[in-house]
Write a protein that binds this ligand. Structure first.
Ligand code: GLU
Length: 450
């Protein structure tokens, strides 16, 4: 059994129920095989055994009182996975599906994603099974305050810097920051995604979506293609999806879909961005309302989706932007997309494609941007927020946007070069995993057995 296989099978034995973590682990470690077999130094220093175990993993109780006076309890997590390249950095996810497995897979991916940004950030992730949906503003605030009552002792602007993810946006970051400040008596850059008036960076809100489109643009340009005039499918309707749609319009493309947990809309005239923002960012309502207001749109509820498929991916498109959640695009969806002529997939969400779908996209040699590269714009701009906080400066929207574009193009060039080294130029999964891993492994070797 090879070194890589030994590490995979030992994790399978120890954590048989952590299906998402094992999925991410297999995807990453399989593509490291070539790199590892040429470099025995990794085995000598037990780099893989160390990489797959978080440096610290915190699980905690989050009690809070709802508007009816009832005491509620949720589970909180923060996994501080790897600090070889810098302080732990990664978002917090508040969603009922959150458990240790989900946070562990996200944290593991984050190590390599952050490495690809070339900024000095280690990998971490956290969250809770709390569902902000349907809760009042006061309930969300009380929950965030209780969450921070435990988290504050583990984080710091040079230790661990959380941010947003699914269910955690500007509102939640504000409540979390307020409580951190009260407990620690410090006003520092301990969280990113802050309000722009009190330390946040311009473009942070837009960054993951913009970055995913910049990445698609870079992949396509390398083949003499562009997004201009092209029909695109986007899933999700959160931060990532909304700003993916915004940037697609800016580049002359036509995004025609969006989705939420209840269903999807197909608007052949192109998604009405202002209406989408009004429904999702202001009213926090269901997408069904979009189709009631805009008559060119067709709404399909999840119960009407074709068996075992996501209806978003059955709309013919040139480029697909999965921007909702993990495993939202399976092998059947991937086959449908390819059959309909899709030539580009850029992952705005974390691990949105199942392993089989990923393999099919890689084998088909279309432009396929894996999440840890394509959606790195969010955390990269968090890195830019940290830089502004540290130097007490404020950069303009255009300055930050230009830096984001440069970082996304840099990631593409970096991972394409590594893929080329292995004579597999179009395999950006291989390129991203090896390029991200090399820097972390080198830092771990330099820093000794810690
Ligand atoms: N949650 C985002 C991600 O998955 C951003 C994390 C951050 O800004 O720290 O990368």
């Amino acid at each position: 059994m090879s070194y890589v296989e030994q590490v995979i099978s030992s994790c399978e034995e120890k954590f048989p129920h952590q299906v998402y973590f094992l999925q991410a682990l297999r995807e990453i470690l399989e593509s490291l095989k070539v790199e590892i077999s040429h470099n025995p130094i990794y085995e000598k220093y037990a780099i893989l055994e160390r990489l797959v175990v978080p440096e610290r993993s915190i699980a905690f109780r989050v009690p809070w009182v709802d508007d009816c006076g009832r005491v509620r309890v949720n589970q909180g997590y923060r996994i501080e996975f790897n600090s070889a390249l810098g302080p732990y950095k990664g978002g917090l996810r508040f969603h009922p599906s959150v458990n240790e497995d989900v946070i562990k897979f996200l944290g593991f991916e984050q190590i390599l994603k952050n490495s690809l940004t070339t900024l000095r950030m280690g990998g971490g992730k956290g969250g809770s099974d709390f569902d902000p949906k349907g809760k009042s503003e006061n309930e969300v605030m009380r929950f965030c305050q209780s969450f921070m009552n435990e988290l504050y002792r583990h984080i710091g602007d040079h230790t661990d810097i959380p941010a947003g993810d699914i269910g955690v946006g500007g509102r939640e970051v504000g409540f979390l920051f307020g409580q951190y400040k009260r407990l620690s008596n410090r006003f520092d850059g301990v969280l990113t995604g802050k309000g722009v008036e009190w330390g946040g960076s311009l473009v942070r809100k837009e960054a993951t979506g913009y970055g995913s489109v910049y990445f698609a643009q870079a992949m396509l340009e390398a083949e003499g293609k562009s997004l201009e005039g092209k029909v695109c499918c986007v899933s999700g309707s959160g931060n990532v999806a909304i700003y993916t749609i915004e940037k697609l319009y800016a580049l002359g493309a036509k995004p025609v879909t969006a989705s939420d947990s209840k269903g999807m809309i197909y608007d052949q005239e192109g998604i009405d961005l202002e209406l989408l923002k009004e429904i999702k960012e202001v009213r926090r309502a269901s997408l069904e309302e979009y189709a009631q207001i805009k008559k060119s749109a067709i709404y399909t509820s999840v119960s009407e989706y074709p068996q075992g498929q996501n209806a978003v991916w059955s709309v013919p498109c040139f480029a697909a932007f999965p921007s909702a959640t993990q495993n939202e695009l399976n092998i059947l969806d991937a086959q449908t997309l390819l059959k309909n002529g899709c030539q580009c997939v850029s992952e705005g969400a974390n691990m949105p494609c199942t392993q089989e779908a990923t393999n099919l996209f890689v084998d088909s040699k279309i432009c396929y941007g894996p999440a840890k590269a394509a959606n790195a714009g969010g955390v990269a701009t968090s890195g830019l927020e940290m830089m502004q906080n540290a130097s007490m400066s404020i950069w303009t929207f255009d300055e930050v946007d230009a830096k984001l574009l440069k970082i996304m193009r840099g990631i593409f060039a970096q991972i394409k070069a590594v893929a080329q080294e292995f004579n597999d130029e179009k395999n950006l999964v291989l390129g991203a995993n090896i390029a991200g891993f090399r820097k972390v492994a080198k830092a771990m070797i330099d820093q000794g057995v810690v």
